[in-house]
Design a binder for this molecule. Structure first.
Ligand code: KIV
Length: 271
């Protein structure tokens, strides 16, 4: 697709029914992001997300997919500490979670880990720019690469990641000019989220694009307003139960005439 100039689509998914929908409309890559932590598990950010949680959700998503490439995100401190731990945890996402590739956040500081995972036969996706696992170090979610020193590091990291053999790189919250420059200089596809229109593909968090979170960064386009839709539906259910408009007999099961007679006979004998 990249060679043909066709843009690549990627979305996050955390469960079986969402995975089935994304597959049915032709999304090419599904990421079980560690954003599962803040998006559906209620954590403040991605930091607390564990390997066990990633495995639980990756397995569920895998059961709903036939066509897309399934990428499992490696959570905070599942790969930074040592090469051995990185390979073991990447392997768990593949062997137990049924992912087909893994994603890691970072550049030069984790090249040894990435190299060993790739050499083990596991496809790796990189992630540069605003890497949310560094939120405390960055001091927030401001875009990255907005000064020369940082832009140079991201650019150089992208080339180093390509050299290790990663198959693609997510670029998050960087100026579009830097997104374009990296996209032109590396041969592997760049997948942007807040990195401008020039990347080879785009990724969003499923719940964000559906308007199912309150999250509203500049780069996000909400394609639906699911919070309102869900609220309206649930409010209507509540009102109809209170007013006794739901359920009606149309929503109820009915006994056959024979069964009714038998039951009445029994009830008469057993008052
Ligand atoms: O965890 C995640 O959802 C991600 C995407 C934003 C790329 O890393």
């Amino acid at each position: 697709m990249n060679k043909d100039g066709e843009k690549i689509t990627m979305l996050t998914a955390y469960d079986y029914p969402s995975a089935k929908i994304l597959d049915s409309v032709g999304i090419e890559m599904i990421l079980v992001g560690d954003s599962v932590g803040n998006t559906v598990l209620g954590y403040d950010n991605t930091i607390p997300t564990t390997m066990e949680e990633m495995l639980h959700h990756t397995k569920a998503v895998a059961r709903g997919l036939e066509n897309p490439l399934l990428i499992g995100d490696m959570p905070f401190l599942s790969y930074q500490g040592s090469v051995e731990e990185a390979v073991r945890n990447a392997g768990r996402l593949i062997k137990e979670g049924n992912a087909e590739a893994v994603k890691v956040e970072g550049g030069a500081e984790i090249l040894d880990q990435i190299q060993k995972i790739v050499d083990s036969g596991i496809p790796v996706m990189g992630h540069l720019g605003l890497t949310p696992q560094k939120v405390y170090q960055f001091g927030g979610y401001q875009p990255r690469g907005m000064n020369l020193e940082e832009a140079k590091k991201i650019y150089e990291d992208a080339k180093k990641l390509e050299d290790t053999g990663v198959f693609s790189i997510v670029l998050e919250s960087i100026p579009s000019e830097l997104g374009r420059e990296i996209t032109e200089k590396v041969d592997i596809p760049t997948i942007g989220i807040g990195a401008g229109p020039h990347c080879n593909g785009q990724v969003l968090v499923f719940h964000d694009l559906l308007g199912w979170t309150e999250f509203s960064p500049k780069f996000l386009k909400k394609y639906a307003d699911l919070i309102s839709t869900i609220k309206d539906a649930v409010k209507e259910f509540r009102e109809e139960v209170k007013s006794e408009d739901f359920p009606t007999l149309d929503h109820s099961y009915k006994m056959s005439e024979n069964f009714k007679d038998e039951l009445n006979e029994y009830l008469e004998e057993n008052p």
